[in-house]
Design a protein around this ligand. Structure first.
Ligand code: SIN
Ligand code: FE2
Length: 218
């Protein structure tokens, strides 16, 4: 095995995991939380530069970033103050089937990519439970996803993700840099114009944040 093979061990793509109907159901869950926990525009730590994606969350914990507080998990929406709504059941089932982890996910970050949005190369660093996989679902327009390795720079590979595809960053790949180079506008009809003006792509990312407490001895 090459060094790179070792670093990306545990990386998997499950193409077409959710069919069109299941995708539409997931999208309906996203639509249904808009009244309480709407998409908002996060900003970078220190600089306050807006991210190119809009965000919301499901779960007991939601990821956010802003100029003053930086990257962190919070229990409530930063603008409405409402608690994040529960993670939809099909996503809990996906985690159960593919995370290989003895505890439930706590966070489901929802990123909405506009036609010109991208996501720079980064590692998901803000979780104590780094032994748990990160599992994400693509909805809407296709995207070019890029997988690097454990250090910034170096070899990367790109792949096209389509609506319904699932990505698992498990094992060693949990610590790999990854990002989204671009999306391909108009390649899906899933996102309706009324709820998601301008269309684009939605990515749902499941994560375990805290280290589960030890199971009680029986
Ligand atoms: C992320 O790494 O936060 C998002 C990845 C994606 O949009 O596919
Ligand atoms: Fe990420």
């Amino acid at each position: 095995m090459t060094n790179r093979d070792e670093m990306i061990a545990g990386f998997r793509v499950l193409p077409g995991y959710f069919d069109r109907e299941a995708q539409a159901q997931l999208l309906a869950h996203v639509r249904n939380v808009q009244a309480m926990t709407p998409f908002w525009r996060p900003t970078m730590p220190r600089t306050g530069k807006p991210l190119s994606v809009k965000m919301t969350n499901f779960g007991s914990l939601g990821w956010m970033t802003d100029k003053a507080g930086g990257y962190r998990y919070v229990t409530h929406h930063p603008e409405t103050g409402a608690p994040w709504q529960v993670i939809p059941e099909p996503l809990m089932a996906l985690w159960e089937a593919h995370a290989d982890y003895p505890a439930v996910p706590e966070a489901c970050l929802v990123n909405w990519y506009a036609p010109d949005s991208r996501m720079g190369m980064h590692v998901d660093w803000d979780e104590a439970a780094t032994d748990a996989a990160v599992i994400s679902v693509s909805l809407g327009d296709k995207a070019r996803f890029r997988l690097g390795n454990h250090t910034r720079g170096g070899t990367t590979q790109s792949m096209i993700l389509s609506s319904g595809d699932v990505v698992v960053l498990g094992g060693a790949s949990r610590r790999c840099y990854h990002g989204v180079d671009r999306i391909y506008p108009g390649t899906s009809t899933l996102l309706d114009e009324t709820s998601f003006p301008g269309g684009g792509r939605i990515n749902l990312t499941l994560r375990r944040v805290t280290i589960p407490s030890a199971p009680k001895p029986c």
